[in-house]
Structure formats: structure tokens, C-alpha cells
Design a protein around this ligand. Structure first.
Ligand SMILES: Cc1cc2nc3c(=O)[nH]c(=O)nc-3n(C[C@H](O)[C@H](O)[C@H](O)COP(=O)(O)OP(=O)(O)OC[C@H]3O[C@@H](n4cnc5c(N)ncnc54)[C@H](O)[C@@H]3O)c2cc1C
Length: 464
């Protein structure tokens, strides 16, 4: 990788964004012998995946961290670069803490006698049934597409139940998976996403599902390995400010230089695409799609302790909190050798908005108070404490991913979701059909965009 400097480059393909999608697209093209330049706004690669070794010696993942067994593309890349994983800790009793302070300890996916548990399972089974009707490659071909997309998830849930406990469970599920409130998200998008993961359980559970394992060297290790392989093709600290295309090619400008290419792959989240000035302007459907795809709002907070003391008390450290305090979900994020104890707390959506507006001291007190409800008052005295408030990070504007609001798919999905705009192709996890929203989806989107570009090249006998 090179340090930022003035440049004027000619290449066959320009890739914008060095997250998993952009790096994969560039690596696929480079392996085919195509010349490629990657422009990345930040001073690092990895995008929404970022690992850090803390002063306490513990490595934490501020962004994406888990990998599941059916995330085949991510697994293949991790294996190729020798990046090892270890199972997520889930031994011991999980806890549910309700708004009235009630605490339920349980093992397994749900407390069988928990408030609203049976009805919640009925509704999530219904989600799975409806998700099986989704056409992942051509979502607009799904039966009842426009009708399902008109509803918000909240409208669907309220049509199914008026039980407040069930609604609280469903809300936390939406917050935990999409970092949004049920009123904000298209019900069709929920179904699409469930289908894209292979079922509701895949999204929610740990063993055998999306939260199955973590990386010994951080979840960005694979991205760093891809970037090393791409070498000087990757330019950091180079936000693309404008892109102009005509019949001959694409020209991208940054503050430091310009890149001219035959084609471009833009691999940045929908929520930040419009920070680039396009000439000619993007078509109406693409703009409509982008404007119906806001980013989720999430913070990840890590508290580090001398040891995972909750394990000795028979607790897993896994908790769901339905109350007014900021934290929605807690996991044990200790290193594999348990040399320290680490709890990670997730703060989502409306609760994030309220918590993020507090001063640093109040934020910390509120999170530690929530952790103490889960594992006891020792949680109030961490060795180390680290927050990452994703909506405040410059170049991705939130996390985990963008989600479609009601009417977005039916109004603009067909032409706006991922169809190329002239010589500009679109990648990024939000364009994936499988594991949309996840690292695995980012990787497959990079592969698809690279294949689109290569197909144009083969069709024309050259890159035109
Ligand atoms: C808190 C959190 C937890 C998550 N947990 C998981 C998890 O456990 N497992 C999982 O699989 N996924 C998880 N995800 C989601 C996962 O991180 C993303 O799906 C994935 O990293 C997206 O990759 P991407 O390449 O599509 O986009 P990004 O990673 O967002 O990459 C886009 C890149 O483009 C750059 N960029 C933006 N604008 C410009 C510009 N104008 N010019 C140049 N560069 C630009 C950005 O700096 C960024 O590097 C999580 C995400 C977050 C935030």
C-alpha cells in the first residue's frame, strides 16, 4: 500500500472503497490479469470491520466480528489466508432482563416460559414461511412483492399480535439484526434478508448460525491479507469526490489526484454514495433506491476485566435487555484463552440516539450499570472500556448495514438496487443475494461486480 500523494493514473478498472467488497472485487480482477486501482477514503482498509489491540493487551473487534458455517465465501477466504477462528463462548446460563426488572435465566435459544415466548415463535415461523417465497436474485418477482413492501415490520407485527411482551421481543430482534426500529424498515426487506441468510434462526443464534465463531487475529485479518496481496494498487486517504463517465471511460477525482479507467466498481454503502458528485447525475431509480436505504444505528461497547468472572458463576455472559437502559444485547467477547474477561454491549437505534447524546461519563455509567444487571456489580469496575459509535464514523455513517424503508424495493429496487449505471458497477454487502448485510455478502458482491466487468470485457474482446 502507498502513502497518500499526488497522482494521475490510468487503469482498466477503478474500485472505490477498500472494505471487503472492494478488496474482493479488486483481487478477482487482478487475478484475471486486469489492471486495477483501489481508492479508499480512510487511512486503513476493512471499512465496517476494524480490529484494535487495546492497552490491556486484548484484541477487540469494533465492527463485524462473527462468521457462521454457511458463510462459505468468507470461510474460503479466511482459510486461504490462514486466518483462524474459535467458537463463540456460550456455555452457562443466558439472561433476559425485562423493563420491570424481572430477570429470567435460561439455557438454549429462548426461555420456554418467558413472557410471550410461544407467540413470538409462532410469528417468527410465519416470517420463515413468507421468506421462503422470496426470489433472491429477482426480488421483484416475489409473490405479493409490492404489498409486502408497503408495510413496515411494525405494521405486520401489530396486525399479528397486541401482546406487549411479544412486540418487545420482535422489536429487539429487529434492532439486533438491522439496528433499526420496526416502524422504519420495509417488511419485504425483513423477509428478503431472512431468506438471504437461509432462515430466521441463522440470523439470531450462535452455534451453527451467524454468531458461531470469532477470529483469533481480528475479523479484519482477511481484509488486511487481501490488501497486502494487492500492494500498491490500494491508495489510502483518497476519498473520491466526483466521478464523470462518458462513452470512453470513467474519471474519478480526489483531493490528491485523478484516476482514469475503462470501468469502475463503486463498493461503498448506499447511504454514502451521494457524497460523490456524479456527472452525468445518477438515474432517478438509483437515487430513489439510495434515498430509501438509510444506515442502521449501532454502537459496540467493550468492557475488559481481569478474568471472565461470570463464567465461574455459571453464566454465559449472553443477555437480552428489554428495558429503558441503553443496552439491548450482551455477549462474552473474551479472548479464546480467557486471559482476560471481555463483555461486549450493543446499543441500537432509538436507544442509541438517546445514549449517544449523553456526555462520555454518563454513557459509560449507563452501559456499566446495564452490564452489572447481567453479571453483577463487579462489572462496574472494568480495567479498560472502549466505545465505537458507528453513526459517528466518517466514511460508512453507521452500521451494520443499510436497510430498505417501506416502498423502497417496490418503487426503485428493480432498476436501482444493483443494476450497473453505464460504466459504473455497484458492489457492497447491500447488493448481495446471499448473506446480505454480512461480510460474506460483501465478498460475494465483490465477486459479482468483478464478473460483470469481466463479462463486458469478454463480450467486447477488450475492456470497453
Ligand atoms: C458494529 C458492527 C457489527 C457487525 N457485525 C458483523 C458480524 O459479526 N458479522 C458479519 O458478517 N458482518 C457484521 N457486520 C457487517 C459487516 O461489517 C459489513 O456487512 C461489511 O463489512 C460491509 O463491507 P463492504 O465492503 O460492503 O462495505 P464497507 O466495509 O462499508 O466498505 C466501504 C469502504 O468504502 C470507503 N468509502 C466510502 N466512501 C468513499 C469514497 N467516497 N471514496 C473512497 N472510499 C470510500 C469506506 O471508508 C469503506 O472502507 C457488522 C457491522 C458493524 C458496523
Amino acid at each position: 500500500m502507498t502513502e497518500p500523494e499526488s497522482f494521475s493514473l490510468e487503469t482498466e478498472v477503478l474500485v472505490v472503497g477498500a472494505g471487503y467488497a472492494g478488496l474482493t472485487a479488486a483481487a478477482c480482477l487482478a487475478e484475471r490479469g486486469t489492471s486495477v486501482v483501489v481508492l479508499e477514503a480512510a487511512d486503513r482498509v476493512g471499512g465496517r470491520v476494524l480490529s484494535e489491540v487495546r492497552p490491556s493487551g486484548v484484541r477487540i473487534d469494533h465492527g463485524g466480528q462473527w462468521i457462521g458455517p454457511t458463510q462459505r465465501r468468507f470461510r474460503a477466504l479466511a482459510e486461504r489466508f490462514g486466518c483462524r477462528t474459535f467458537p463463540t463462548w456460550e456455555t452457562g446460563r443466558n439472561a433476559e432482563i425485562w423493563h420491570d426488572g424481572t430477570r429470567l435465566d435460561y439455557t438454549g435459544a429462548l426461555p420456554p416460559s418467558g413472557p410471550g415466548a410461544g407467540e413470538y415463535e409462532r410469528i417468527t415461523a410465519l416470517l420463515d414461511d413468507l421468506a421462503r417465497t422470496v426470489d433472491l436474485e429477482r426480488p421483484w418477482a416475489t409473490p405479493r412483492f409490492a404489498e409486502l413492501d408497503r408495510w413496515s415490520a411494525e405494521e405486520f407485527f401489530r396486525a399479528e399480535t397486541s401482546d406487549e411482551a411479544v412486540l418487545r421481543r420482535l422489536s429487539l430482534a429487529v434492532q439486533g439484526v438491522w439496528c433499526a426500529e420496526p416502524r422504519e424498515i420495509s417488511f419485504f426487506h425483513v423477509l428478503f434478508y431472512v431468506a438471504s441468510a437461509g432462515g430466521y434462526e441463522q440470523l439470531m443464534e450462535t452455534r451453527g448460525c451467524a454468531q458461531d465463531a470469532r477470529f483469533s487475529s481480528g475479523a479484519d485479518a482477511v481484509a488486511r491479507a487481501l490488501a497486502r496481496q494487492l500492494g500498491e494498487r490500494v491508495r489510502l486517504g483518497a476519498p473520491v469526490l466526483s466521478m464523470r463517465q462518458d462513452a470512453r471511460g470513467v474519471e474519478a477525482r480526489t483531493e490528491r489526484g485523478v484516476v482514469r479507467a475503462r470501468r469502475a466498481i463503486v463498493a461503498v454503502p448506499p447511504a454514502v454514495v451521494e457524497r460523490i458528485a456524479f456527472d452525468p447525475p445518477l438515474p432517478a431509480d438509483r437515487l430513489g433506491w439510495l434515498r430509501h436505504n438509510p444506515m442502521g444505528r449501532v454502537a459496540k461497547v467493550h468492557a475488559v476485566y481481569e478474568e471472565p468472572f461470570w463464567r465461574a458463576a455459571g453464566q454465559s455472559g449472553i443477555a437480552t435487555l428489554y428495558g429503558e437502559n441503553p443496552v439491548g444485547v450482551v455477549f462474552d467477547n473474551s479472548p479464546q484463552d480467557a486471559s482476560r474477561g471481555v463483555l461486549v454491549a450493543f446499543v441500537y437505534a432509538d436507544r442509541l440516539d438517546r445514549w449517544a447524546a449523553l456526555g462520555a461519563g454518563d454513557r459509560r455509567r449507563a452501559v456499566l450499570a446495564a452490564l452489572s444487571e447481567v453479571v453483577g456489580e463487579r462489572a462496574l469496575r472494568p480495567l479498560d472500556y472502549a466505545e465505537m459509535i458507528w453513526p459517528r464514523t466518517g466514511w460508512t455513517a453507521g452500521g451494520y448495514e443499510c436497510f430498505a424503508t417501506p416502498g423502497g424495493w417496490a418503487g426503485h429496487g428493480r432498476a436501482g438496487w444493483r443494476a450497473p449505471t453505464g460504466r459504473i458497477h455497484w458492489a457492497g454487502t447491500e447488493t448481495a443475494s446471499v448473506w446480505n448485510g454480512y461480510i460474506d455478502g460483501a465478498i460475494s458482491s465483490g465477486e459479482r461486480a468483478a464478473a460483470e466487468v469481466a463479462a463486458r470485457r469478454e463480450a467486447a474482446g477488450q475492456l470497453r
